[in-house]
Design a protein around this ligand. Structure first.
Ligand SMILES: NC(=O)c1ccc[n+]([C@@H]2O[C@H](COP(=O)([O-])OP(=O)(O)OC[C@H]3O[C@@H](n4cnc5c(N)ncnc54)[C@H](O)[C@@H]3O)[C@@H](O)[C@H]2O)c1
Ligand SMILES: O=C(O)[C@H](O)COP(=O)(O)O
Length: 387
């Protein structure tokens, strides 16, 4: 029986996949695995019982990935599962940034009791006039699951789209429309575009990337969309750029007391992935990945451990070993079994950066003594008897 704890509400369609082998843990302190959306986990002291964390969504900056890897806790996310939801809100945001729809609606609400409202509307509407998006230049920074969909959809709406992603995956490149113009440097993108939308993960390399220096290169009156993470934009520099008119509108999914209410800011309460479809997709993917890991030791879409798939175990035993990615680990594992005269019938060893994962099928039932023996090998972080 596995105990699961949800740190955020997770869509029922995902939780319904959990079989009778799973039960709800009252708290993360008793859990074998956790499901989470954006709840910050940096302050949580996870108990040793926690084997895995599944983030139902894309961004994992709320999870201490290295700390988890060091203790053999696999962290999953659900790549692409909410990308369409973000694409759709980006299209809405391009329009919100171009037409003064938000101010117009607010004004109508404030004037709703005027008996001459219809006449007043016709007199006042010029104040809220805007521009069209067709023919404008859009720069997309980050061409992953979200960025590619945004670029292609914006292109279909008649925008001239420029894409920047020095690490673009082969899969994303295949999905990108040939009409999207690759741009070699961020500086060139900043100088070229009327709209800039950012779709990169929050990392040391992306933190504060939209700052004074970047704004100085941009077109006067540029419109910026941030549905990635708050810290990708330097708020003080953004406020100065809005005040000077360099940035005309800033649409952000991450309001904070500094930026909310500033003239030119359209702040949305982190709704990018909040659609029924996206919540269902993310929950299903997160739960399926978690179950395959807990029951079979397979890893798919982990952000801190390598992918590894040996299917369902058909042998007498299966052992999963989390270890450092250093020389001489495999020979020590195999000789441990050889000493006990146990045959290894199948084996996979994969690594990702500093961390590695070995899954072994053996012709004898796994025992706690075997796990204990392997656990003593220098560089081993966790040993789990899967079967
Ligand atoms: N607002 C929301 O609700 C919402 C929803 C989904 C994702 N997000 C955020 O958007 C981010 C992107 O989501 P995704 O699903 O497209 O992720 P993804 O991993 O598919 O794509 C990220 C892309 O960014 C690129 N990249 C990384 N560093 C870069 C850099 N310095 N310059 C240019 N490109 C760079 C990567 O190569 C990758 O192609 C997530 O990490 C998350 O923070 C927000
Ligand atoms: O990174 C993500 O997937 C989004 O920011 C969505 O976050 P949420 O699941 O908390 O809405």
């Amino acid at each position: 029986m596995y105990k699961i704890n949800c740190l955020n509400p997770i869509a029922a369609v995902g939780l319904d996949l959990l079989t009778e082998n799973y039960e709800n843990a009252g708290s993360f302190r008793e859990a074998d695995a956790l499901l989470v959306r954006s709840a910050s986990m940096h302050e949580l002291e996870l108990p040793p019982s926690v084997l895995a964390i599944a983030r139902a969504g894309a961004g994992v900056n709320n999870i201490p990935l290295e700390k988890c890897a060091e203790s053999g806790v696999v962290v999953f996310n659900t790549p692409g599962a909410n990308a369409n939801a973000v694409k759709e809100i980006i299209i809405a945001s391009l329009l919100l940034a171009s037409r003064d729809i938000v101010a117009g609606i607010n004004w109508v609400n404030s004037a709703k009791d005027d008996p001459d409202l219809a006449k007043l509307v016709e007199k006042t509407k010029a104040k809220f006039a805007g521009t069209e998006i067709k023919g404008k230049r859009l720069g997309v920074i980050g061409l992953g699951a979200v960025g590619v969909l945004v670029a292609n959809a914006a292109n279909r709406l008649g925008l001239e789209v420029y894409g920047y992603d020095p690490f673009i995956s082969v899969r994303a490149a295949w999905n990108l429309s040939r009409h999207i113009k690759p741009i070699k440097s961020l500086d060139e993108l900043y100088r070229t575009c009327d709209f800039i939308t950012v779709h990169v993960p929050l990392a040391d390399s992306t933190k504060g990337m939209l700052n004074e220096e970047a704004f100085a290169l941009m077109q006067e009156g540029v419109k910026i969309l941030n549905f990635s993470r708050d810290a990708i934009v330097n708020d003080d520099d953004m406020i100065a750029a809005l005040r000077s008119g360099r940035v005309k509108r800033y649409v952000t999914d991450f309001p904070n007391p500094k930026i909310a209410g500033v003239k030119g800011v359209i702040a949305i309460p982190h709704l990018g992935a909040s659609t029924a479809e996206s919540e269902d997709n993310c929950a299903i993917m997160a739960v399926e990945q978690l179950m395959d890991y807990l029951e079979n030791g397979n890893i798919k879409n982990s952000v801190n451990y390598p992918n590894c798939d040996m299917g369902v175990c058909a042998q007498a035993g299966r052992i999963a070993i989390h270890h450092k990615n250093i020389p001489n680990m495999l020979s020590q594992f195999t000789s441990t079994f050889a000493r006990e005269d146990i045959n290894i019938s199948d084996m996979t060893n994969k690594s990702k950066g500093k961390w590695a994962y070995t899954l072994l099928d053996i012709d004898a039932p796994s025992t706690p003594a075997m796990a204990e023996g392997i656990g003593k090998i220098d560089g081993v972080l966790r040993v789990r008897i899967v079967l």
